[in-house]
Ligand binder design. Sequence first.
Ligand code: HEM
Length: 353
Amino acid sequence: MLTLNCACFSYGLVFRTNIVGEDLIVSLDPEVNNFVGEAFRMWYPDSIMRIIGADSIITTLGSSHKYIKNMVFRLFGPENLRRDMIKDMQKTAEASLLSWLHHPSIELKEAASSMIFSITAKKLIGYDSVTSDGKMWKQYDDIIQGLLSFPLCIPGTLFYKCMQGRKNVMKMLKEMMDERKKATGRQESIDFFDVLLEELKEEKHAMSENVALDLIFLLLFVSFETTASRITAILCFLSDNPKALQELTEEHDYIQKKRPDLNSEITWEEYKSMKFTSHDTAEPAGGASKDFMAFGGGRRLCVGADFAKLQMAIFLHCLVTKYRWKVIKGGKMVLGPGLQFPEGFHIQLLPKG
Ligand code: HEM
């Protein structure tokens, strides 16, 4: 089931393409990548910039980059995860798993996306995906499909759909921003949008309305998409590797048994003791590779790495201590932009025997 249809099998590790409308050399060779990281300036194709926004953090340089990165880190870094998010992750994972229990089949990537989006959208823009229509993250489906498509922006093309997706999300975000600006008194709970608006008011040089909107646009997307793909890949792997699943389950059962109260909250110390889990979630499904740096190892490192690792560990804890699952269908992985599951990965969740 675990087939990786990687471009490198068809074209070699370094190949030339004009898939996004510009001549590109694609390298999947770690040695070449290390050299490129040192020797070249960072650049993204014009089509990618149109999708993620000209003011995105990923192309910001120097002190402006540091300033934005630090702001994101205050939300997604270990201190806030420990103080605040770990509880939300546990509550949300428990509630999601319980709601999957009565279904004959759950498509895991979609279900995990929805679960993670409900956490991050709340922290980022105060968006309650339970009481709202719950479909904002679905706009991102079209965006992902068109991310590496030929940039022909006419109705019917993938790129057009992708740009429509961006337009819709940006419109929602702009409306939210305008409403917040108009609102007088403070809200009870402060989210990342409020933090950005405060920075705007203070007229920090690296902050502008476009920077703030592009940042939220990107964070809303990368925070659920990457982590949900990884969770799906891990469950595919565990489904095919009973020994690894057993070892993982033993680790979590042991942590649970040591608690005076079985239902108490997962502590930061417990999380830190999940050695097997942290190894499994930090590596690509299927095992470690010295050349594979999941969260970036070149010029840029992932600001959400701590969040993603914690989210995966908490989800796995809640899953294997209470449930087991049966594979219904799917699980084939393809490297597109990120990890994709063209047939999905459908499982049935069952209570542990
Ligand atoms: C399993 C999950 C994830 C993986 C595998 C992953 C991977 C990566 C990688 C490889 C990079 C470096 C890209 C480059 O070289 O330009 C990166 C950057 C980034 N990631 Fe993640 N990521 C994950 C989760 C997240 C989450 C949850 C967030 C948000 C909270 C996030 C936010 C970002 C941001 C904002 C950047 C750009 C950093 C910069 O330009 O300085 N990522 N990620």
